[in-house]
Design a protein around this ligand. Sequence first.
Ligand code: FES
Length: 175
Amino acid sequence: MAKDPSRRRALTVLAGAGATGALAAVALPSARLVAGPASGGSSGRPWVQVARLTELPEGQPARVRVIADQHDGYTTAKQQPLGQVWLLRKGAEVLAFTATCPHLGCTIDLAPDGKHFFCPCHTSWFDLDGKKTEGKPNKSLRGLDALPVRVTAEKTVEVQFLRFQTGTAKAEVLG
Ligand code: FES
């Protein structure tokens, strides 16, 4: 496989259960094998390495920064922060959700109980599988936006980082 500079990414694991300090910053090798789930609406988007599988505690969400080269016309800005993603390891698989609230775009946090995602801006609650939490206040019209995610043969976790229209019932990927 040819070396792709866009795949050399840095990772910062921001939070397990509410911690804000950086726990890790590592350069990751290139990917070879798709082994995790992925969803549609993302063909052609680059895969960005965001974590090592072994860094992710089983069943405990971890928030990571997505850092990658950004291409705009004829220019490339190296290693730009694109956004944040919540990862949740389930055995050998990983779920990934953008940390942008689908209501109006605030940053999704982990609730103090560690069993829900929460947006404090206008109060929205989500289960750890991204669904809106039944019986809790929720201004969002939809659940969290899942991102395509895969685990490579080297046990690195990669996502296709997408931005979504906020305030709609249906998830719409922005260009
Ligand atoms: S932006 Fe999250 S609830 Fe409004």
